[in-house]
Design a protein around this ligand. Structure first.
Ligand code: GLU
Length: 306
């Protein structure tokens, strides 16, 4: 169902409630099956929220339709079930929320913070920093990529595990894409809008996303959203020294081996051991014992994972 004027305020603002609650999330993209690295993120985000008596939600980040991998959405749901992770609100799917993202682009357009860009990949070549070629061209938005303007300003945040992290987006990246020419909404926009609309307060995710954070903070500031607290977890590596990822063909999580895998994920996070039991009881024990200061620091977890 398409919404014509989607409400762009999170539920707590409507209720006049001022985000008292710690609200965390697990936001997988169905671009491949979940792997051990995804489990680490799910466990850490869950325990971190629940240890603060907060809430935890699941969101499926499926805006990049061409990259969706067959059956991976099903695998995500099957794993959540087998590992007995329960989202505190109904799971949302970003592909059903395109109108929210379009409305936010429209808000930004009215403030002249975004513009249409006709540069093709061929024109841009290997230059990773966009120099603003189309900034002043005033192109029609139809069937063009949409970029957001950045400024020559250093953005810093204090990561709970990685310490201070900074970027000057103009020097490091240039104006970045919020919507592709093929109409696909970029992850950076969708994640910022949904974290806000769902009232997320704490982001816990893999350190591979550390460098995306300043872009998200920048967008959040342009939109007047409150700043979030970030924790980027060290990444589990394979025997080739590469991070576990869909691209490196990390082994899919086996829902039939949930308790064992959960025990390993809790251990990989440096937490006190939990007794082998039903996933529900193991998660409850992990929450009761949760200590952020035990999580290994750095961007890689020592040990070899599959
Ligand atoms: N959807 C992203 C992924 O699967 C994670 C987004 C996030 O946690 O901000 O890599």
């Amino acid at each position: 169902m398409l919404l014509h004027n989607p409400p762009l305020t999170p539920p707590f603002e409507k209720e006049g409630d001022k985000r008292q609650v710690h609200l965390g999330r697990f936001a997988p993209s169905p671009t491949g099956p979940l792997h051990f690295g995804s489990l680490i993120t799910a466990v850490a985000s869950y325990c971190d929220a629940k240890a603060q008596h907060g809430r935890w939600i699941v969101r499926i980040e499926d805006t990049d339709i061409p990259r969706i991998y067959p059956n991976s959405e099903q695998h995500i749901l099957q794993c959540l079930d087998a590992f007995e992770f329960e989202s505190d609100v109904e799971i949302i799917y970003q592909k059903d929320r395109l109108e929210y993202y379009e409305s936010v682009i429209e808000q930004l357009r009215q403030k002249k913070l975004v513009y249409a860009c006709e540069c093709t990949r061929k024109i841009l070549g290997s230059n990773h920093i966009y120099t603003g070629t189309c900034r002043e061209k005033n192109l029609d938005f139809h069937q063009q990529a949409i970029r957001v303007k950045v400024a020559d300003e250093t953005i810093c945040f204090q990561d709970r595990l990685q310490g201070q992290h900074c970027s000057n987006l103009q020097m490091d990246l240039g104006d970045f894409v919020l919507k592709r020419r093929d109409g696909i909404i970029n992850y950076q926009l969708a994640v910022v809008v949904d974290d806000y609309l769902q009232g997320i307060t704490h982001v816990v995710r893999g350190a591979d996303l550390l460098d995306n954070t300043e872009r998200q903070i920048w967008l959040g500031r342009l939109l007047g959203y409150p700043e979030l607290t970030y924790m980027h977890l060290p990444l589990a590596m394979n025997d080739q020294g590469q991070k576990l990822s869909k691209q490196n063909l990390a082994q899919a999580l086996d829902p039939n081996n949930a308790s064992q895998l959960l025990k390993q994920a809790i251990a990989a996070l440096g937490q006190a051991a939990v007794d082998l039991d039903s996933p529900h009881k193991m998660l409850a024990q992990a929450v009761a014992q949760w200590q952020v200061q035990r999580i290994p620091t750095g961007t890689e977890i020592q040990g070899i994972f599959q």
